[in-house]
Design a protein around this ligand. Structure first.
Ligand code: PEP
Ligand code: MG
Length: 591
C-alpha cells in the first residue's frame, strides 16, 4: 500500500526513483552484556570489523588518489592509523573483557571516551582528529551492527536519497547524475544543502518527520518538490497522476521560457531588476536562458565545500571569469566565502562549536584566515577585468570589518599593479545586510559600501532567534514578522539616502507575495534561485507598483506576520489571478 507523506517543499520538480537510505551519523548501539566465555568471540568480531574497515579505507583512498591525486588521498591516513592505535584497540578489548560488553558497545564507549578527552583541547590538529574519530566510529559500528557502510555512497541511477538530514558537503559529493530527488526527516528550505539542491535542479522535500522510518531500501518513490509530497510504493493511480504532473510541468516550463524574453516591468511602468543566485559557475548558461540580467549572488563557498584542499587563485579566477563573461553587460555580485554555519570545508580547521550560526562564520573566518581570503580577493580583482564584477561581503556587523577588507584589497591591488596584472580599479565593494546589527546601523555602513544586498534568509533567523535549519521551528521562522519589515524599510531608506543600490538576494525575493512587499518598499532589485525568475517576472508584469506601495504602507502597520500576509493578499486579490502561480502561491514562507 502506498504511503503518502507531506513535508516542506525545498527544491522544485517531480521525480520517480528508488529509495537509497543514507543512514548518516553515529548509529544507536543497544546495550547488551555478554557472558565471560563469549569475550573471545566478541574480540574476534571487533578484529574482523577493524580488518574490514582498513580494507574499505584503503579502497576509498585508492579511488580518491585516482580522482584527486596523491596528496588529497592522504586525508584517509589518520583514520587508517587510528584503527591500529593501542589507545583504541587495547581500550576496546579491555572493555569487552572487564565490563562484559559486546564489541560494538565496548568500541563505542572507548571512542566516546577518547572524543571527550580530545574535545578538551583547542589544538586544530587534535580537533581535526575528532572528525576522523567520528567517521571511523560510523564505519566500524555499522559493520558490527550488520548495516552497510554509510561512508561509501554508491548510488544506482534514479536514486531517491532518503536521510534524516543532509549537509552541503554530502550533497556535493553525491553523483548528481544518479540522484533523482532528496527526501529528509529534518531540514528546511533555507538550509544551504537545500539551496544547493535547487541550484542542481534536484527535487527535494524536507521536514517529513519520519520518512526514514517508513522508507525501505530499493522501494519505488515519487518526490514532488513543488507541493512537498513523497509517495512510497506508489500505486497505479499515483503513477498516472505523476505522469500527468510531469507533463503539466513540462508545458509550464515551456511557457516560462517564453516569459524569460519579456521585460520585467510592472503595469504602471516600474522596472524591476531581476538577477540570478548561483551556487556553481556552470549554472550561468541556464540562468541566462531563464532570463537573468545579471547575477545578484554567486555563493563561492561551493567551490570549496566537500574539498580537501583550498582552491588556488587560478582556479577561482577562471570560475569568476566564467560567470563574468557569461553575463557580459550585466552586473555580477560575487560573495566572498561564507564558510561556517552549516558549510565546513575539510581543509580548514574549523572548531566544533556549540552554535555554529552564531560562531566563526563568513567574514569572521575570512578576516582570520588571510591566506584563504587574500587568494580569493586577488582572483576577484583579476576577474573585474572581464566584466562588471562586484565584491560582496557576507555577515557584516560593523564598519570596521569593511575597513579591514578595503585595506586588504588595497594591498592586493598594489601587488597586482606592480606585477602588471590587469584589473578594473573602479569595481564596487558592498555588504550583505544579514544581521539586525547591520540593518539597524545601515546608515553608518552606507558611506563605506557601494551597495547593500539584504540576505533575508539570515536576517530572519537572527532577528527572530530561530535557527534557519531547524525543522521543528519552521512555523516560527516568519519572514513577514513586523520586526523584519521594519528593518527592510530602514535599510531601503538608508540606502536611498546614501544613493546606493539596495537589493534582496534571500529566498523572499522568489516568493510572489514577498516580492510584492519588497517592490512596495521601493526595493526593485531582486535576486533569486534562477528557476524562479520567469515566474517572478510574470508576477511583476501583472502588478502595479502603486498598489504595492499602498500595500506595503498598510503592511507596515500590521501587528503580526499573519496580518501582514492578509494585507498583502488583499491588495493583490483585485489585480492578480493568484491561481496562475500554481503550487508556488500556497508556498508558505517557512524555511
Ligand atoms: C541570505 O542569508 O539570505 C543569503 C542570501 O545568504 P545565504 O542563504 O547563502 O546564507
Ligand atoms: Mg546569508
Amino acid at each position: 500500500m502506498a504511503i503518502v507523506l507531506d513535508g516542506t517543499p525545498a527544491a522544485e520538480g517531480i521525480a520517480l526513483g528508488r529509495v537509497f537510505l543514507l543512514d548518516w551519523g553515529i548509529p544507536l548501539v543497544p546495550h547488551r552484556a555478554v557472558p565471560p566465555e563469549e569475550a573471545d568471540r566478541e574480540i574476534g568480531r571487533f578484529e574482523e570489523a577493524r580488518a574490514w574497515a582498513r580494507e574499505r579505507l584503503l579502497e576509498t583512498q585508492r579511488r580518491a588518489e585516482e580522482r584527486l591525486g596523491r596528496v588529497e588521498a592522504r586525508i584517509f591516513d589518520p583514520q587508517i592509523l587510528m584503527l591500529d592505535d593501542p589507545e583504541v584497540v587495547d581500550g576496546t578489548v579491555r572493555y569487552i573483557r572487564d565490563h562484559r560488553l559486546t564489541a560494538e558497545r565496548a568500541f563505542e564507549w572507548r571512542m566516546l571516551e577518547l572524543q571527550a578527552q580530545w574535545s578538551r583541547t583547542s589544538h586544530p590538529m587534535v580537533l581535526d582528529r575528532l572528525n576522523d574519530l567520528e567517521d571511523l566510529m560510523i564505519r566500524v559500528l555499522n559493520r558490527l551492527l550488520g548495516k552497510h557502510d554509510p561512508m561509501d555512497i554508491q548510488l544506482e541511477h534514479d536514486a531517491v536519497v532518503v536521510a534524516e538530514n543532509l549537509t552541503p558537503s554530502l550533497v556535493v559529493q553525491l553523483d548528481r547524475e544518479r540522484v533523482a530527488a532528496f527526501a529528509t526527516d529534518k531540514g528546511t528550505r533555507t538550509a544551504h544543502w537545500a539551496i544547493l539542491a535547487r541550484s542542481l535542479e534536484i527535487p527535494a522535500v524536507v521536514g517529513l518527520g519520519d520518512v526514514t522510518k517508513h522508507a525501505r531500501e530499493g522501494q519505488q518513490a515519487v518526490v514532488d518538490g513543488r507541493i512537498g509530497r513523497v509517495i512510497l510504493d506508489p500505486d497505479e493511480d499515483d503513477l498516472r497522476h505523476f505522469q500527468e504532473r510531469v507533463e503539466r510541468l513540462r508545458a509550464w516550463a515551456g511557457e516560462l521560457e517564453l516569459i524569460a524574453e519579456l521585460e520585467p516591468v510592472t503595469r504602471d511602468g516600474q522596472f524591476v531588476e531581476l538577477r540570478a543566485n548561483l551556487d556553481q559557475p556552470e549554472e550561468s548558461e541556464e540562468a541566462r536562458r531563464y532570463g537573468a540580467d545579471g547575477v545578484g549572488l554567486f555563493r563561492t563557498e561551493f567551490l570549496v565545500v566537500g574539498r580537501h584542499t583550498m582552491p588556488g587563485e587560478e582556479e577561482q579566477y577562471e570560475a569568476y571569469r566564467h560567470v563574468a563573461e557569461a553575463f557580459a553587460g550585466g552586473a555580477v555580485y560575487i560573495r566572498t566565502f561564507d564558510l561556517g554555519g552549516d558549510k565546513f570545508p575539510m581543509f580548514l580547521h574549523m572548531p566544533q562549536e556549540e552554535n555554529p550560526f552564531l560562531g566563526w562564520r563568513a567574514i569572521r573566518v575570512c578576516l582570520d584566515e588571510p591566506a584563504l581570503f587574500r587568494t580569493q580577493l586577488r582572483a576577484l580583482l583579476r576577474a573585474t577585468a572581464h566584466g562588471d564584477v562586484r565584491i560582496m561581503l557576507p555577515l557584516v556587523n560593523e564598519v570596521e570589518e569593511v575597513r579591514q577588507v578595503r585595506a586588504l584589497l588595497q594591498e592586493e591591488e598594489h601587488a597586482l599593479e606592480a606585477a602588471g596584472v590587469p584589473f578594473n580599479p573602479g569595481y564596487k565593494l558592498g555588504v550583505m545586510i544579514e544581521t539586525p546589527a547591520a540593518a539597524l546601523e545601515a546608515d553608518q555602513l552606507a558611506p563605506h559600501a557601494d551597495f547593500f544586498s539584504i540576505g533575508t534568509n539570515d536576517l530572519v533567523q537572527y532577528t527572530l532567534a530561530v535557527d534557519r535549519t531547524n525543522a521543528r521551528l519552521a512555523r516560527l521562522y516568519k519572514p513577514f514578522h513586523p520586526a523584519v519589515l521594519r528593518q527592510l524599510k530602514g535599510v531601503a531608506r538608508a540606502g536611498r539616502a546614501a544613493g546606493i543600490e539596495v537589493s534582496v538576494c534571500g529566498e523572499m525575493a522568489s516568493n510572489p507575495l514577498a516580492a510584492f512587499l519588497l517592490i512596495g518598499l521601493d526595493i526593485t532589485t531582486l535576486s533569486m534561485a534562477w528557476p524562479s525568475l520567469p515566474e517572478i517576472k510574470q508576477f511583476v508584469r501583472s502588478i502595479r507598483a502603486e498598489d504595492a506601495r499602498r500595500a506595503a504602507q498598510e503592511a507596515l502597520q500590521a501587528p503580526t506576520g499573519e496580518d501582514v500576509t492578509r494585507v498583502l493578499s488583499r491588495h493583490l486579490a483585485d489585480t492578480v489571478d493568484l491561481s496562475m502561480f500554481e503550487g508556488k502561491w500556497s508556498l508558505s514562507l517557512s524555511p
